[in-house]
Design a protein around this ligand. Structure first.
Ligand SMILES: Cc1cc2nc3c(=O)[nH]c(=O)nc-3n(C[C@H](O)[C@H](O)[C@H](O)COP(=O)(O)OP(=O)(O)OC[C@H]3O[C@@H](n4cnc5c(N)ncnc54)[C@H](O)[C@@H]3O)c2cc1C
Length: 304
């Protein structure tokens, strides 16, 4: 629980909104039953004030983007910070030399813009549900590439409330990782590059979206892929988690309000009132079964 003096200071700050013990069901794509304290910051000042206040009071916090890669605990021990910076959407009515964007903007908005103008390279994040900040944190990507390839600069507030500019180079990202966001840092802005236009990109984005819709349960409440594919670097092979789950007949397997997706076995659908404990139990059941059948330990892709 947040101390009373901290609650008071947050309530007095017009650059943010504090909601205590909030129902967070709508704040993760898996729609898990969860509650917690939420600070929604509306601008840079609000973000700096919040981070500074939490740091001075030794309060740990968690940044929440779209909640597409996080399993929210049933009752959060630490407050969440969410960004809701205003952005002049009319900037996306035209192609820009480069794009200075708030971390809170959704990748879906950027994909629409890329499809409209055929922006070269922007197809890499087609169909990924994410905020720009969450996508940069995860270096989100598809088999078309990764978002890191488009990022020129990132601005963040460090865990002591200071602003910091990060110039991206070829060591800044690796597979599903960034190497510049430290614990407690909050990304609030990023600059994406314009690599030119190609009308074929629009079709590529449309085709890719259509393929994802056909093969993944995008209308269901999920957290994306549950397990990472297993890579044996020494012997040079990859075990695709979805394929292995499918082969052992777990497609459609149900536990409480959760089901292994009949469409794609590496997705888990929440069709009931499931919570964190239900999901972690189901993941453990599946992991054990996979280990028993194949002798391979698959690691979860989603953050606990
Ligand atoms: C249906 C579905 C399909 C998916 N497909 C893909 C895919 O093809 N490729 C892929 O890479 N991922 C995929 N994912 C996973 C997910 O979309 C990505 O991991 C995405 O980057 C998460 O972004 P988010 O905004 O939801 O971040 P969250 O899940 O909210 O957070 C993820 C992490 O980023 C941190 N974070 C978030 N915002 C910030 C910020 N502003 N500053 C600092 N840290 C921050 C959080 O603290 C957390 O540690 C999929 C998920 C779903 C539900």
């Amino acid at each position: 629980m947040l101390p009373a003096n901290v609650v008071e200071k947050l309530k007095q700050n017009s650059n943010l909104e504090l909601e205590l013990d909030k129902d967070l069901r709508k704040f993760s794509t898996m729609r898990l039953a969860a509650t917690g304290d939420m600070v929604t910051v509306k601008n840079l000042q609000g973000l700096k004030d919040t981070v500074k206040l939490f740091s001075e009071n030794n309060i740990k916090y968690r940044v929440l983007g779209w909640g597409a890669n996080i399993l929210l605990p049933t009752k959060a021990l630490h407050p969440y910070i969410q960004l809701d910076f205003s952005f002049d959407r009319s900037l996306l009515d035209n192609v820009q030399p480069e794009y200075v964007l708030p971390a809170s903007i959704s990748l879906a908005v950027l994909t629409s813009h890329a499809a409209k103008f055929g922006l070269v390279g922007w197809e890499v994040f087609t169909g990924i549900p994410a905020s720009l900040g969450g996508a940069i944190f995860m270096n989100a990507g598809t088999n078309l590439g990764e978002i890191g390839s488009l990022v020129k600069e990132v601005r963040l507030v460090t865990n002591n409330g200071e602003e910091k500019l990060i110039k991206i180079d070829n060591k800044s990202f690796s597979y599903r990782h960034n190497h510049f966001i430290n614990d407690g840092d909050v990304v609030y802005q990023a600059t994406l590059v314009n690599k030119g236009q190609d009308p074929q990109i629009s079709q590529k984005i449309k085709d890719y979206l259509e393929m994802r819709n056909r093969t993944q349960p995008l209308k269901e409440a999920t957290c994306g892929c549950v397990f990472k594919n297993y890579q044996d670097l020494e012997r040079g092979f990859t075990c695709r988690a979805g394929q292995f789950i499918d082969i052992i007949g777990l497609k459609g397997f149900t536990y409480k309000g959760l089901r292994v997706s009949p469409k794609h076995a590496n997705f888990m659908e929440n069709f009931g009132d499931s919570n964190y404990e239900d999901v972690t139990t189901m993941i453990e059941l599946m992991r054990n079964e996979l280990k028993l059948q194949y002798g391979v330990s698959f690691s979860p892709e989603v953050e606990f």
